[in-house]
Design a protein around this ligand. Structure first.
Ligand code: ADP
Ligand code: MG
Length: 266
């Protein structure tokens, strides 16, 4: 901890906490995420997975890993600080004024897809994509963060522990006890895109049971008519209830009807 001085705590959760720190040598700011290490050996491995998987990523739309170290029963992950906060806060702020512009929606969505494509290309699944885990930089680009639920594709973990994530963003196949796959991340990204378009969750209900029913039917309130055809088209395809019918992020960015439009916003 001597390398860094603490500025303030910016997030607290079940894992431990996220602290904004400053490097004493360079004066650069970082986020230091402290995770309480369990004593149990197999749980220990899964706690370390977050640092290992984040360290494998290197992309402008993914929070950059700096280093990780352990001491006093804590795992510390030092990463890039995104000064614009998380996208959920940004959406809540926007609810007080007006909708995001189409330009803005397309830019952020294209950046999220670019980040997600990098993750999937490395055969990793994020498994907890949601507006709260997407961060904004000072110059208003977005970066995917929080690899605390991530896993390697086709690993036994992807099967064993199917339900991770936050209920609003969970794909129908997960409620159906099928393994998590790359298209489940696409579903979650669709939920974030819908949130950007309407400032509301696509699937909302007063009970778990009715939420799950809506998700499994793929029943969401239609997007407002003023939004361009491409956004209607994307949402419709990302919310296909059968994961096989959903495009991959690669397809969205390279060979989908909307790819050219998206790439022009990158
Ligand atoms: P958790 O496992 O508790 O969800 P996160 O990694 O999502 O942990 O961090 C918790 C909160 O801390 C985030 O929602 C965000 O508000 C803040 N935070 C985490 N990492 C960063 C970062 N790199 N830049 C800015 N804020 C961050
Ligand atoms: Mg989080």
């Amino acid at each position: 901890m001597e390398t860094y001085s603490q500025i303030r705590v910016i997030g607290e959760g079940s894992f431990g906490r996220a602290v904004l720190v400053q490097c004493r040598n360079t004066q650069e700011k970082y986020v230091l995420k402290e995770i309480q290490l369990p004593k149990n050996q197999s749980k220990l491995q899964s706690s370390r997975r977050e640092a290992v998987l984040l360290s494998r990523m290197k992309h402008p739309n993914i929070v950059a890993f700096r280093e990780a170290f352990e001491g006093d029963g804590l795992l510390c992950i030092v990463m890039e600080y995104c000064g614009g906060g998380d996208l959920l806060q940004r959406i809540q702020q926007q609810q007080k004024s007006s909708q995001f512009t189409v330009e803005n929606i397309l830019k952020w969505f294209a950046q999220m897809c670019a980040g997600a494509k990098h993750i999937h290309d490395k055969r990793v699944l994020h498994r907890d994509l949601k507006s709260k885990n997407i961060f904004l930089t000072d110059d208003s680009s977005v970066k995917l963060g929080d690899f605390g639920s991530a896993c390697v594709l086709n690993s036994s973990k992807a099967y064993a522990q199917a339900y991770v994530g936050t209920p609003y963003y969970v794909a129908p196949e997960i409620w159906d006890n099928k393994p998590y796959n790359n298209k489940s991340d696409v579903w979650s990204l669709g939920c974030v895109l819908y949130e950007l378009c309407t400032l509301q969750h696509p699937f909302q209900a007063s009970s778990w049971k009715s939420l799950i029913l809506k998700v499994c039917r793929g029943a969401y309130p239609p997007l407002p008519n003023h939004l361009p055809y491409e956004l209607h088209y994307l949402i419709k395809h990302m919310f296909k209830t059968n994961p096989k019918d959903r495009p991959s992020v690669r397809t969205i960015l390279t060979s989908h009807r909307v790819s050219r439009l998206l790439r022009s916003h990158l």
